[in-house]
Design a protein around this ligand. Structure first.
Ligand SMILES: C[S@@+](CC[C@H](N)C(=O)[O-])C[C@H]1O[C@@H](n2cnc3c(N)ncnc32)[C@H](O)[C@@H]1O
Length: 222
């Protein structure tokens, strides 16, 4: 997916992925990560998700990365804390006491200033990208991770021939291929969303649509 595709979707307010509430599996499964207050959570392709605010409300430091300035402006507007604008490695960065919002292409992010990354929260991020970009996305996450980094990851599975992404189908075997050399996969949730994604039926989806949530924990040392 090109940058222009996402910018156009934001411009037209065509953002069907955006949830008005917290993504329910987040509060259900996040405690399993057992993070101390002050831990740093990276949220790639964060949109204007309310999950950012929820993570901050848990006492975590949140780093969101997003192409769309419009999305990040909305996150800042919602926050009670003031933000200042700085630049780092050519990226505009908006900082508050508990949040850093990097505006730009996640795949081009510099590695050093983001460490430590105690956890990554991926909701609708990996599945937003076509296969070749998913490889680059996973490579970037592997560069950014620390030896203790955990990843909470949402994925979808359906017959890719039935419908064009996004969201794309990212089966478990691909997740193992992308991350399995460094992480152990633990499937936390598997549920059919077929009835809830009626708009995808109009795009051709006709067999099944399954949502999965994984916890990726460090496997072999870096
Ligand atoms: C499907 S949306 C998910 C947003 C958010 N995670 C959520 O659940 O609401 C994907 C988001 O990724 C952003 N995006 C796509 N490619 C990106 C990239 N290479 N770097 C940063 N953001 C990107 C898009 O602008 C869009 O907001």
């Amino acid at each position: 997916m090109e940058i222009s595709y996402w910018k156009s979707r934001w411009r037209k307010d065509n953002i069907g992925w955006h949830m008005k509430e917290i993504y329910p599996p987040l509060p259900t499964f996040w405690p399993q990560l057992n993070l101390p207050a002050g831990a740093r959570v990276l949220v790639p392709l964060c949109g204007k998700s309310h999950d950012l605010d929820w993570l901050v409300s848990r006492g975590l430091n949140v780093t969101g990365v997003e192409l769309s300035l419009k999305a990040l402006q909305e996150v800042m507007r919602r926050s009670a804390k003031p933000f200042t604008r700085t630049e780092s490695h050519g990226f505009p960065v908006f900082k508050s006491e508990s949040m850093e919002l990097w505006q730009g292409d996640f795949l081009r992010l510099p590695n050093a200033p983001l460490h430590p990354v105690d956890a990554v929260y991926d909701k609708a991020s990996l599945v937003a990208l076509p296969a070749a970009m998913r490889k680059r996305y996973a490579k970037k996450l592997l560069e950014l991770r620390d030896s203790h980094t955990q990843i909470l990851l949402q994925s979808f599975e359906y017959q890719q021939e039935e419908m064009n992404g996004p969201p794309f189908s990212v089966p478990e075997r691909e997740i193992k291929k992308l991350f399995g050399s460094s992480f152990n996969l633990n499937l936390l949730l598997e549920q059919s969303k077929f009835e809830e994604v009626k708009k995808f039926h109009e795009r051709g989806l006709s067999s099944f649509f399954i949502e999965k949530v994984y916890l990726l924990s460090p496997g072999r040392p870096i």
